[in-house]
Design a binder for this molecule. Structure first.
Ligand code: SF4
Ligand code: SF4
Length: 348
């Protein structure tokens, strides 16, 4: 982040009110809801697929490979396997393609996976908005606690990365081809279906905390978001403020869900910037705050961000489908054997 030069007092400026409504949040929410709906559909289809093997007489449904988007560690493992061996892994290949799609979208369009796609991020956003509407405010943790807690997600990310990087390619393949690895998606479903008391209390605490503190899970605990955020620092896009026309109203900083001091900086380069454009949407001054291309300083409109994120997502997943690397080829008899016993399998 670059410190802004001293500015003249707001009163001395002649500024022009922004013309026309800002549509960035309508566009972003449309993409968020479309992706949320896609995940709901995938979740329902996957549940029905699993039930077919658990309860005799229930109809058969095909397994939606998109469920592997919920297996980010398998995605990282398979990415490492691919980088080391040059071979696309057989088990959970969609996890790798989805991981690469989300990472690429965030490298190009800042932390857009978190701000534009992630269903947990969407839920989190609506929880704090519910809290703000109900209690007329959100709460902010003291700076020392905020900084301390924010480091947690990087520690968790470091642990996961270390575990994946330190495993040889053969061990990664063996892990994912073990009974535990083959039904990792079923185990994820079982976590939510058969939640123990400790897990239920933890989820309840996170939901309540998210109502009061903006993006509690994403800001402090999500290791995936931490990785995506670090990758987003390579993005050629950044929020840029025109200090000549800015009237220092601080509306942008107040609207920023990442609590970035947008009103005091010239550019936002932070790994916390979600690329959500909430700050741009509230700026009252014409031509003052934009998402821009870092080099040419050209404004990048919200529709271009949405189209770019959707194109990367569809392009990468479409490539996986066209090259035959989307489905995990587990035969029916093996699922029949493994799914009803999924709860018995522990980490190899
Ligand atoms: S700086 Fe703007 S784009 Fe970045 S997180 Fe804050 S509000 Fe969103
Ligand atoms: S919203 Fe931010 S960038 Fe826009 S005028 Fe106010 S302080 Fe300046």
């Amino acid at each position: 982040m670059t410190a802004a030069p001293a500015q003249p007092a707001a009163r001395t400026k002649h500024w022009r009110r922004r013309q026309g409504p800002d549509r960035s949040q309508v566009i972003r929410r449309t993409l968020q809801f479309a992706f949320f709906a896609l995940n709901l559909w995938i979740g329902t289809q996957f549940y029905l697929f699993v039930r077919h093997y658990e309860a005799a007489g229930t109809p058969a449904y095909s397994r939606p490979p998109g469920v592997e988007g919920w297996l980010p560690i398998a995605g990282m493992m398979n990415t490492k396997y691919f980088l080391v061996t040059g071979t696309v892994p057989v088990v959970h290949p969609a996890a790798m393609f989805l991981f690469l799609a989300f990472l690429s979208a965030s490298i190009v369009f800042r932390k857009s996976f978190c701000g534009w796609l992630c269903p947990v991020g969407t839920l989190s956003e609506y929880l704090w908005k519910l809290g703000r509407d109900t209690f007329k405010r959100n709460f902010f943790l003291p700076r020392w606690l905020d900084i301390g807690l924010r480091s947690l997600k990087y520690i968790l990310m470091g642990l996961f990365l270390y575990a994946v990087i330190s495993m040889p390619a053969r061990a990664l393949a063996e892990f994912l081809q073990s009974p535990y690895g083959l039904v990792a998606d079923v185990k994820m479903l079982n976590f939510f279906r058969y939640m123990g008391t400790a897990a239920a209390v933890t989820v309840g605490v996170l939901v309540i905390a998210s109502i009061f503190v903006q993006n509690f899970w994403c800001r402090y605990l999500c290791p995936y978001g931490a990785l995506i955020g670090l990758a987003s620092m390579l993005s050629p896009l950044r929020i840029r403020r025109n200090v000549e026309t800015c009237i220092d109203c601080a509306k942008c900083a107040k609207a920023c869900p990442a609590r970035l001091p947008v009103d005091q900086l010239v550019q936002i380069r932070s790994a916390e910037c979600l690329g959500c454009l909430e700050c741009v949407a509230v700026c009252p001054v014409e031509d003052t705050l934009h998402m821009t291309l870092a080099v040419k300083r050209k404004p990048v409109p919200a529709w271009a961000m949405a189209a770019g994120v959707a194109a990367i997502f569809c392009g990468v997943t479409g490539l996986a489908m066209l090259t035959g690397h989307w489905h995990t080829p587990v035969p029916d008899w093996m699922y029949q054997e493994l799914i009803p016993r999924a709860r018995e399998f522990s980490h190899p």
